[in-house]
Design a protein around this ligand. Sequence first.
Ligand SMILES: *Cc1c(COP(=O)(O)O)cnc(C)c1O
Length: 429
Amino acid sequence: MTHPTLPGHPHIAYQGDTLCIENVRVDDLAATYGTPLFVYSQAAMQDALAAYQRGFAGRKLHICYAMKANSSLAILQFFAEQGCGFDIVSGGELERVLAAGGDAGKVIFSGVGKTRAEMLQALQAGILCFNVESEAELEELSAVATAVGHIAPVSIRINPNVDPKTHPYISTGLKGNKFGIAHERTLAVYQRAASLPGLQVVGIDFHIGSQITETTPYLDATDRLLDLIEEIEAAGIPIHHIDFGGGLGINYNGDTPPAADTLWAQLLAKIDARGFGNRQFVIEPGRSLVGNAGLCVTQVLYLKPGETKNFCIVDAAMNDLPRPTMYQAFHAIAPLQVRAEPAQTYDVVGPICESGDWIGRDRSLAVQAGDRLAVLSTGAYCMSMASNYNTRGRAAEVLVNGAQADLIRSRETAADTFRGETLRARTAA
Ligand SMILES: *Cc1c(COP(=O)(O)O)cnc(C)c1O
C-alpha cells in the first residue's frame, strides 16, 4: 500500500497507517475534541523560525511575526516566548499581543487605514514603529501624537514597483496597488515626515506580496530600497532600521520557495556589498512561520456519487477554510487512516449553501462516510479568516509539542455566535 507523502511537512507524517503530528495521533485528537479541528505543530513553527534566525546569524534583527496569518493567543505566546515581536494591522491585534504576554515595544503597526483611535491606542502602548502608508496618514499621526504629547516613531512603506511580468506572484508591491508610497515620492515624503512635530523617522519598509516563491523580486526590491536609503540619508535624515516585510511562500502543491536561510544569505550578500550589512534589520514573516505547521481535521459526512462528479461532503467548510473559495487555493487532503481499497475521484465540499463552498477539487481518495481527513497547510490564513457564516461556530484548536497536546481554543457554540445581539423591546400596540 502506498501512503500519501506529505512534502513540506516534516512534523506531520504517517506512522504505519495513521497520520501523526509530532508524536500524537491526529485521530485521537479528533476523537477527543471533535471536528473540524485545527492542529498545529510547535516543532514546525520552531523550525521555520530557526531558518530565519540562521539566515541572520550575527546580525541585528527584529523578527516581527505578521500575526494576521494566525492570531490565536497561544500561537502568539509561543512567538513572544521565542523573543519575537509582532507586525499588527489593527488595534484589536495589539490587544491580542498584550493578552498573549507580548511586548508592545516590539510591535510594528502596518496597514493603509489606521484610525485615530488605533493610533492613540498604539502610542499609549508604546509600540516600536508605525509603518505609514500615505502622506495623509503621516499628517494625521503627527496630529494625534502632538495632541497627547507623544512622538510617534515612523517608517514609511515604499512601493518598489517590481516588474509584474517577471514576478507574477507579487501582489502588493506594484504601482496599481493601494499599498505604500511611490518610490519617486519617497524623498519628499521623508522630508515632510522629518518636519512634522509629532513624528520621529526611524525606518523604511516594504512588503511586496505574499506566497512569493522566487528570490528575484526580493533582490530587485532590496536594490530599490537601498537606493532610496542613500538618497534619504544624503538629505540628512538618518534611517535607523530597514524592514523587508514578509511574503515568503510555502509549499502547498509542489511549490518550491527558497528556504528562509537561503533567501537571506543571498539578500544579505547584496546588502553587505552595498555597505548596509551592520544596520538594524526588521522582517515581518507570517505564512512562512505557521502555514505548514497546521492541519485541519474534518470528518466525511456523506459520499454523493454523481453523473459528472462524485462529492465527498465533509464537516469543515468555507467558513473554516476560506482560502480555496477566496483565492482558488490548493490544500492537500490526506486521510487520517490509510484504507486499502482503491481510490476514487471526489470534489471535497462543505455543508454551506454556496457552490463556492469547496475545499478540494478532483481529489483521489479512498474514503468512506465517517472517515476523517486532514486538510494540510492550514496554519496560516485559515483560522484567522474564519467566520460564522451559516451560524457555524468556529473550530477548536490544539497545539502539539512532542507527545503533549493542549487545547488552545474551545469550539464556539451557537450561543457564542449570537452573543452581543439583542431582540427589540416589545412595544404595546
Ligand atoms: C500580510 C503582511 C505580512 C505577512 O505576509 P506573509 O505573506 O504572511 O509573510 C507582512 N507585512 C505586511 C505589511 C503584511 O500586510
